[in-house]
Design a protein. Structure first.
Length: 179
């Protein structure tokens, strides 16, 4: 069953009052765009709800919706949820280098260095000409002293702050991009 998000405010000019008065008539694409509008206005839980509605109505939007849901969770510093969302993204669209890079950053913040390195390496494999992915991986390796460990190791507070800043910059940059 679709959970229709009813808190859409008429100030969002992209949608007519008539459409908003009957949320059940909104298309999946409408819900997706409403999610983007909510995200742009830092209304993260409404954004997540709108993207869930979009997925329910059109499963073809699932990879993009899960990707954006991951961005919303990361913006709210809910990194475990962001990881779950981006794992759903790559399960649906395994060629999403951006999702793998975001996974790498979230794993690093959570102290999962080996998973982070694996995700960054997959992003690089998928998009070898994207310098950001190599820079993210190299920053992780440098933070680990030039090596990785066999087990998950929490990063130092300073490295976690740097990873968090990188994630926030990525979120700001990727706000409206799709997978």
């Amino acid at each position: 069953m679709c959970c229709i998000c009813l808190s859409v405010q008429p100030i969002y000019a992209e949608f007519t009052e008539e459409k908003l008065s009957n949320p059940e008539s909104l298309s999946a694409e409408d819900w997706f765009e409403i999610g983007n509008i909510f995200f742009d206005n830092d209304e993260l839980s409404d954004a997540v709800g709108s993207w869930h509605n979009a997925m329910y109505l059109n499963p073809d939007l699932s990879a993009n919706a899960w990707y954006n849901i991951g961005l919303a969770y990361a913006a709210a510093q809910q990194y475990n949820d962001a990881v779950s969302a981006w794992e759903n993204t790559v399960a649906i669209q395994p060629d999403s280098a951006m999702a793998y890079d975001n996974l790498g950053t979230a794993y690093a913040i959570l102290g999962m260095a080996d998973k982070s390195l694996e995700a960054y390496n997959m992003a690089i494999k998928l998009a070898p000409n994207e310098p950001k992915y190599k820079a993210d991986r190299d920053a992780l390796i440098a933070a680990l002293g030039g090596t990785t460990t066999e087990k998950e190791t929490p990063l130092s507070p300073l490295v976690s702050i740097v990873a968090l800043c990188a994630a926030m910059i990525c979120i700001a940059y990727m706000k409206r991009k799709y997978v």
